[in-house]
Design a protein around this ligand. Structure first.
Ligand SMILES: [Zn+2]
Length: 443
């Protein structure tokens, strides 16, 4: 009896120690996340050096090789490496960006750089979803794998890159074209996805290409009281009506559930420029001779860019109506050989199945592969023919990127670490070439 009682007591004490130990571990994991979140890396003046110093210190603590690369002065990209036992195999790139979008502090319940953990377990911070969570989860997953004495077969790289939120031109774009990147022999890239309010994770294999278009109408000026045909305003309005109808037809496909948001062509009017300025506003009795409107158009990789361009020339801005158009940006939807820029999701891409299985093994579910509705840095890797998968493990979470009160629940964050542990283990152990996911050889 006494002995049994003593044994139970020992078991209880051991359990208490284990629980206390895991609580201590949890709080240090969360505190490292909070530390990263507290660094103000908001555009347009991100504190990149502070973030780089923090990330290098994390790399050092994990005995990873590290370098801070300035492809553009003042914009460090931190590259960490865990060398594989067979460094000849293509490597794995765990990619994230360090910058975040600005925030209106007064509209937040907690300061966006306080990384406040509230009593419900939510961590509030700009970047908690987009995408400092992912960058830190990679590191925490590696910490665990190291503690479990896992040895990667393939080399693993972690890149923490600047400027994604302003187009990635001084970040991922230069990095993907650099000699350093060439030397890394990357076989697959993991990059950001989006939160999911459902209990499955979202995963992305492509993204829509932005076309930023300006249409311009010209016409004879005239007295504000006169009715006449073909004024610049009338011509512009006709175009706006036609474009609005097209927009509605695409939006209906989404509303009825026939297509996902990333699978339709979206078009939104972003500016209108017309009128003759006066000291008090605009001249009211004059019909202007010029009028312009700007549109943000997004094309999925499956859309036919030529037919859209024809539609623009014939219907949206026809010269017969004194209209013209130009592009401020027109991203490619196809590679040089004319194939849509996307990562394959079929069995020809071993990385896709590996990811699905690894997530499932760690207790997660993956939804149907999607086209990311906006642009990410993944495009710079896909353009090079590399498979790139957009994935941020956040289920049961409202999509709050770029919104007020961006937050992530601590349990989702912790679960994401487990998910990456499983993915990294599977990816780093793949023993054949594993190059089939993209079309690198064809470029
Ligand atoms: Zn992002």
């Amino acid at each position: 009896m006494v002995l049994n009682g003593r044994n139970s007591l020992v078991a209880l004490v051991l359990l208490a120690i284990a629980v206390a130990g895991s609580e201590v571990e949890e709080s240090s994991v969360l505190s490292r996340f909070q530390q990263y979140l507290k660094i103000n890396t908001a555009q347009p003046s991100p504190r990149y050096q502070e973030a780089a110093d923090f990330l290098v210190s994390q790399g050092k603590a994990l005995s990873l090789e590290f370098q801070s690369i300035e492809l553009v002065a003042g914009k460090p990209l931190v590259l960490l490496k865990w060398e594989g036992t067979n460094p000849n195999l293509p490597s794995i790139l765990l990619y994230s960006h360090t910058d975040v979008v600005p925030s209106e502090h007064s509209k937040w319940a907690h300061h966006p750089f306080s990384a406040h953990l509230d009593s419900n377990g939510n961590i509030y911070a700009r970047g908690s979803q987009d995408m400092k969570c992912v960058g830190m989860q990679y590191l925490e997953a590696i910490r665990r794998l190291k503690a479990e004495r896992f040895r990667p077969l393939r080399s693993l790289y972690l890149a923490f890159s600047p400027d994604e939120e302003i187009g990635g031109h001084d970040g991922a774009e230069k990095f993907a074209r650099s000699e350093i990147f060439q030397g890394m022999n990357v076989g697959v890239v993991l990059d950001e996805g989006l939160a999911s309010p459902e209990d499955h994770y979202r995963v992305f294999y492509a993204e829509r290409s932005p076309w930023w278009m300006v249409i311009k109408a010209v016409g004879s000026p005239g007295h504000g009281s006169k009715l006449y045909d073909n004024s610049a305003m009338e011509n512009l309005l006709k175009s706006i009506e036609i474009i609005t109808r097209f927009r509605a037809s695409q939006f209906d496909l989404v509303k009825t559930g026939f297509k996902a948001e990333g699978d339709v062509v979206s078009v939104n009017m972003v500016f209108l420029k017309a009128g003759t300025p006066s000291p008090t506003g605009f001249v009211m009795n004059l019909q202007p001779s010029e009028a312009e409107a700007g549109f943000d158009i997004r094309l999925p990789p499956t859309a036919d860019p030529e037919s859209l361009e024809r539609r623009i020339a014939e219907e949206w801005a026809p010269s017969s109506r004194n209209m013209s158009f130009s592009f401020k940006q027109k991203a490619r939807t196809c590679d040089k050989s004319g194939k849509p820029i996307l990562t394959k999701t079929d069995p020809s891409n071993p990385w896709w199945a590996l990811l699905e299985n690894a997530v499932q093994k760690a207790g997660g579910k993956i939804g149907k592969p999607e086209v990311f509705p906006a642009a990410t840095d993944s495009r710079y890797f896909r353009e090079r023919g590399l498979p790139a998968i957009g994935f941020s493990p956040m289920a049961n979470t409202p999509v709050l990127l770029h919104d007020h009160n961006e937050f992530l629940h601590k349990d989702e964050y912790l679960k994401g670490i487990k998910i990456y542990e499983s993915i990294i283990e599977a990816y780093a152990s793949l023993d054949h070439q594993g190059r089939d996911g993209g079309s690198r050889d064809e470029l």
